[in-house]
Design a protein around this ligand. Sequence first.
Ligand code: PLP
Length: 375
Amino acid sequence: MSNRPLYVAQPYLPPLKELLPHLEAIWESRVLTNGGSYHQRFEQALAEQTGCPHIALCTNGTLALVLALQSLRITGEVITTPYSFVATSHALHWNGIKPVFVDIDPTTLNIDPYKIEAAITPQTTAILALHCYGQPADTAAIQKIADIYNLTVIYDAAHAFGVEDAGGSILRHGDMSITSFHATKVFTTFEGGAIVCPDAKAKQRINYLKNFGFADETTVIAPGINGKMNEFSAALGIVQLEHFDSVIARRREIDTAYRAALDGIRGIRCLTFDTSEKRNYSYFPILVSGEYPTARDELYARLKKSGIHSRRYFYPLISNFPTYRSLPSSQPSNLPIANRASDQVLCLPIHAEVTIADVEEIASLIANPQRASTC
Ligand SMILES: *Cc1c(COP(=O)(O)O)cnc(C)c1O
């Protein structure tokens, strides 16, 4: 293996020459943002790619979540997963909503739908679930509960761009779903995100809200915010879409190689994914159990010493951050499986620059803890 450091995520970028004609067009037009032609074209291309016709671009995934909650007028309490990136709960907090944490399923690490019902109170208005590492949440079970209790369902699909189940894009589920095009995600526009709306009216409301609430030049119909995607990011997105299939294919090879190389190492479990679904291979999480010779954090440090920058993602658990830990639902006794996963998880590098030789070297480092201090 070369001595270059390997990071857990590395953005795929298309050949610059493919982007240049678009940049020249932007320079020429002087239209840099505010719903310019690239914004419109990228929305159209995404609608075709996902089969979700009412998709609205956004500055980033976090604002997309904040806007989705605003536009659906969610208040009170929202049931959510503690096992996510902190933005999931922060978006609730920024809307003055109280997160109510529910434990996760030990196999998928997604919110456990069978524990949702017990967390519902008269203040509950919605369920905010995550498709963790791009693995679809149990959308059928979640919808069933939502229908019984008249709750809104929102999906944080920040990990799930490109994922499909039997019915098509995973983004179509729920009352709204959001995704992220951040530099660390499987598909990037530098910063960026999108909101999948159920109909044209819902998208119109998002469009108002992401542009300060302007309905026309002089009419402000609501206290909106600035959530618009700029033309540069939209142009990059259009070019990126052409490469997406090959990016996924490459990630798939790495995923397969990891599974073969890590197979049979005591105390190491690779997360399994539903094979009937079209995956995006956005992460490669392993769980380091008590049967492994060293603690997870020791393995993390040892890999780092060898230039392998894995990531404890998600650690700490959202419910253990100062903002949230005093909530009644944050008690570790309420969230044993999420706390355990957070203590065991390690995401390994997966992106276009990881070679099969890298994968074998990483697996060998994991399989041979004694190789530690010799590096
Ligand atoms: C990345 C991420 C976000 C936030 O997206 P940004 O585009 O970085 O704002 C939200 N939720 C999850 C689960 C994420 O991984």
